[in-house]
Design a protein around this ligand. Structure first.
Ligand SMILES: [Fe+2]
Ligand SMILES: [Fe+2]
Ligand SMILES: [Fe+2]
Ligand SMILES: [Fe+2]
Length: 370
């Protein structure tokens, strides 16, 4: 958790201030996703305030990035609120939208001042941001919240649909911060459900079950990582998210190696006829990803999205054809393979985590862990 926060650039002190504000009850609405976004926005502003508190000379590059991120994220947040209040026919919707518009105008005007070298106005800006946001949440946002509660709006369903359709994105850094401040798992559940439904879709559309449990389990885990990458690549647009993305991609590559090692052990142990050729394909995949990863480090969000597409395509076609052939070649030895896998696990040469078993069971529609 903490490492993710460090990666996205939320510091200990900003976290402390957000926690205090949250405990005071002044920004808490008890609305899923909206609370998460408010917490994120407040944390970004706190980060900005720490950068300009006078204890160090502010880093102009960092200021510019933070301001842009606040402006981008506030825009994203406001458009979600506006969609929500339109959808549930909140009568004060027009006035609420006007307030948002005004805020963005003031913010962008001040950003332009800072860009033109008028850094003296930065303290006034920080105060404006914090005051406005807290007031707005306490009064205007609370009003639409009360309206939604009175009208019994099914918000869980509303947000789930948006996340599934990728119309809103929630990244891991935001969830990590939300959990540290609030400790509720509702947003995490919405996110996980969306990931799961995507995995199941890929799994069933391409008919990926190989019928060797350990290999299926690892494939499902790999696909879940690719789905997460896919979501992350769509929220790229600033350096913080790029960092999260690079971290997730490194994890995916690492797990791919682990998976290849398992497959290769099984093929070699059971003298699968096409072992050498299959291993060659694994090698060239690792090389391809490595090359693309290096390109991506300097690349933009579109390069990242392409890399994820390639990853997904390779995996899906390799699993559907090559890995499926392992099953066809070894299907008379399935129980021996199961015993061998148990040996590997007992010897610590193969690690299977509980959450991987859970996901395997959910995707394959099994109830009990095997
Ligand atoms: Fe809001
Ligand atoms: Fe609002
Ligand atoms: Fe595989
Ligand atoms: Fe393979």
């Amino acid at each position: 958790m903490e490492t993710i926060l460090q990666t996205v650039g939320i510091s200990e002190s900003a976290l402390g201030k957000v926690k205090d504000l949250w405990r005071s009850g002044s920004i808490r609405l008890d609305l899923p996703v909206i609370d998460l976004q408010h917490i994120w926005l407040v944390a970004l502003i706190q980060e900005l305030s720490l950068e300009t508190d006078g204890t160090r000379s502010p880093d102009a590059e960092k200021l510019k990035k933070l301001l842009l991120e606040i402006s981008d994220f506030a825009t994203e947040h406001f458009s979600l609120e506006e969609d929500l209040t339109t959808r549930f026919r909140y009568p004060e919707h027009p006035g609420h939208r006007e307030q948002h518009k005004h805020f963005i105008e003031v913010l962008n005007g001040k950003i332009a001042d800072v860009r033109n070298g008028q850094t003296a106005s930065i303290n006034a800006l920080v105060n404006f941001l914090l005051d406005w946001l807290t007031m707005h949440i306490q009064k205007e946002d609370k009003n639409y919240r009360d309206f939604l509660v009175r009208s019994n709006a099914n918000l869980r369903e509303y947000f789930q649909k948006l996340v599934n359709a990728r119309e809103i994105t929630i990244d891991r850094g935001q969830v990590a911060l939300y959990n540290m401040v609030e400790g509720k798992s509702e947003v995490g559940e919405i996110l996980n459900e969306s990931i799961l439904s995507n995995i199941i879709k890929i799994w069933n559309t391409h008919n990926l079950a190989v019928q060797i449990p350990i290999i299926d389990l690892q494939h499902i885990w790999l696909i879940s990582m690719v789905v997460e990458l896919d979501i992350a690549s769509k929220t790229l647009g600033n350096t913080k998210r790029q960092k999260i993305f690079n971290k997730v991609i490194a994890g995916t590559v690492e797990y791919t190696r682990e998976h290849f090692a398992t497959e290769e052990k099984i093929m070699e142990r059971f003298a699968y006829k096409n072992t050498q050729n299959h291993i060659k394909q694994h090698r060239s995949f690792v090389e391809m990803v490595h090359r693309r990863q290096q390109e991506n480090e300097t690349g933009d969000a579109r390069a990242a999205a392409h890399l994820v597409e390639d990853l997904k395509e390779w995996l899906v076609s390799h699993i559907a054809i090559e890995d499926r052939n392992i099953y066809l070649g070894l299907k008379d030895q399935l129980s021996e393979i199961q015993n061998y896998v148990r040996e590997l696990i007992n010897a610590g040469e193969l690690v299977v985590k509980k959450k991987q078993v859970d996901m395997y069971n959910q995707v394959c529609g099994l109830k009990k862990a095997s």
